[in-house]
Write a protein that binds this ligand. Sequence first.
Ligand code: BES
Ligand code: ZN
Length: 850
Amino acid sequence: MRDAAPTTIYLKDYTPFAYLIDEVSLTFRLDPEKTRVLSRIAFRPNPDATDRRFFLHGEDLTLISAKIDGKDIETRTVDGGIEADAPDAPFIWEAEVEIAPASNTALEGLYMSNGMYCTQCEAEGFRKITYYPDRPDVMAPFHVRIEGTEPVLLSNGNPGTSGAGFAEWHDPWKKPAYLFALVAGDLVNHPDTFTTKSGRKVDLNIWVRPGDEGKCAFGMQALKDSMKWDEDVYGREYDLDLFNIVAVDDFNMGAMENKGLNIFNSSCVLASPETSTDANFERVEAIIAHEYFHNWTGNRITCRDWFQLCLKEGLTVFRDSQFTADIRSAEVKRITDVIDLRARQFPEDQGPLSHPVRPESFQEINNFYTATVYEKGAELIRMLKTLVGDDAYKRALDLYFDRHDGDAATIEDWLKVFEDATGRDLTQFARWYSQSGTPRVTVREAFEGDTLTLHISQMTPPTPGQDEKDPRVIPIAVGLLNPNGDEVMETQILELTEAEQSFSFPGHATRPIPSVLRGFSAPVVLEQDIDNARRAFLLAHDTDAFNRWESGRMLARDALLRMILEDAAPDAAYLEALTTLMRDETLDPAYRALMLGQPTQSELVGLLHEQGHTPDPQAIHDASEALRDAKAQALADLLPGLYANNQVDGPFSPDADAAGKRTLANAALSLLTRLDGGTAAANQYAMADNMTLQLAALSALLDAGKGEEQLAAFEKQWSHDRLVMDKWFGLQIMQAAPKDTAATAARLTDHPDFSMKNPNRFRAVFGALAMSHAGFHHESGAAYTLLADWLIRLDPLNPQTTARMCSAFQTWRRYDADRQAAIKTELERILATPNLSRDTNEMVSRILGA
Ligand code: BES
Ligand code: ZN
């Protein structure tokens, strides 16, 4: 139930909890409708706290009994929990509560998925399990006893006694309640072991439903690789005798780092060649690494409060991206990360939901697991590393682990270790954490005598609640090339600290050509007034892989804008340059596949809007398609060779080289299908023995308006596999013509396998709807209404997933008056829904508000 007036929580109001906890013992008597949870908690006054209020969070709990030091006590129900009179001395709290996991559709707290019990406690789900100070700065060791008839009973830490109908667990590491986990069900394990560098043998398990055993090997290898990598690169060893991963089908997020018992959305851990694409394999590898890395950055050192979320998430995303860059291709990883940042974080930071990497207030913390906290948070750490250098970064991290192990820390603590390790003042850098918005960096060039000067300025447009911005320190990586294309100055880091600053490079007889913001050294929008000849030069010669790709992207972007605004023909120079690149066999296939890509339709909307135009989604769609057609024509002679030469022989391997070849071959196939009417794609579909090839062929066929037969065959072949069927649902929507997108989605909600209780399935349909730009924004407005209808239906069941999906509407102000009015009507309709959740209420209000 929603509070009458939603309360806002402020960072500035932080105070420590009145008590510390020495130990927690929990007993679970499992039952789908009435699980009993018995808690025994040893509290002691917190010397750092000023007030002695004994308040415990609790939500949807039936209190059976409450005792202090063995005596029944009176509790008072207050907003969000209970209060009691507690001694100003150590005491034992005992409570018994009843909860109903089977009717928990929010998938937060203790819930059931396919008859299996599981938990999700981050951020504030533990309060749905028992009364507790559910805040990350309250840490304690946990003893857990599970009583149930399920064959497998798991919790955090190391196993204790177990027998018929019960199992006990002990987690010796003190932890906040959000890292608590419990799993009980009929599960089978894929076991392995890992020996740490100090010789500790760790048992590893991936637990899955019977039938999924064959999809665990890849995840297990990723886990072992991650454990080794964290030892080698960060010097961090695992700290328990056991590490369990469990796959569950119903999960709001991707995965969760509970201490010693990670819980994963099955889509993020199960993988097999027949059912998973190369992209799925890469995602599984990255997310297993991410959750494993949290053991140090998140669990051993946690967050003082949820405003510090980026302390663990930004850092852990940065660490998992380093891992992927190390074991795959660093260049490709950087480019795909920037594509992702621009697709998800930039629109967020440039619209009504814009917030600092460390927000200052929230109503519902679940709404702040955002691209800004995660991906921009990771970019801040990357910049910090660039500014202080690799050695100093390493020293600072060692100091961080040393100084803060066992702490609930803050961003101030984080920055202080860098200051102490390097002697550098990070006051200005700290603005990156407190100021929202994407800085615009403008570069002007002048050449006089033998000196090239770069005049660089920065400006951040106003964002909700922040009109004025102070200049930030921005690391700008620059290299210089001479007109022959040779590098005459290696990459240097310029530190832009002022609103405007000039940097000079003397000693050049001829005017050098700068390559600016190499490697995308800062999360900014770069504005540089350079012509297409210069872009083509950098595309051909830049030694920085990122900027080379970026030059191609800028040419494509420019070509598209002229097609949209001036009805221009596809740019011949761009197509020519692309042809040259596709011929270059020295370039990594994955990199060439990225070169074949083009800016997304929503990115073009952002640009047009910024330049003062009113974007027309259909026109943008048509131009994007026309450019693809033109590429197919221009590359007509090359495509069959690109396709044939990048086939991978032998048994399927998901490694970067093989995956890169398949990506390029599939990109070629998609263009080829525009020329051959689908012959090659139909053939690939018929021959495919792995999901990467099968799905790409089906996608190419649907894109060409064909593939009905294959679509039906696919459904028949895979109807037993939920994860593959998610692809089947999504693909049809993504490949529908814009005028049919909403109707396709609506039709699929009538399919017997559609269920709104499963977040993966809901997202397969409505995520695809929201991502099909021209279809979602079709002038009929049908997609807006459909999405709103279903968000209203989902909200009472699963507020968290509903709220997250509201962000589909966040860019509404970029469109014409009719579309704005249509979206506004839907948003207001959602907001007017009786008993709307706090989650969705906050999201919709913010989207409408700014
Ligand atoms: N701690 C989060 C999971 C989480 C987020 C739980 C929000 C509850 C609320 C986990 O470490 C995480 O960040 N998962 C990401 C994937 C990761 C690879 C960025 C996710 O679930 O999307
Ligand atoms: Zn995380």
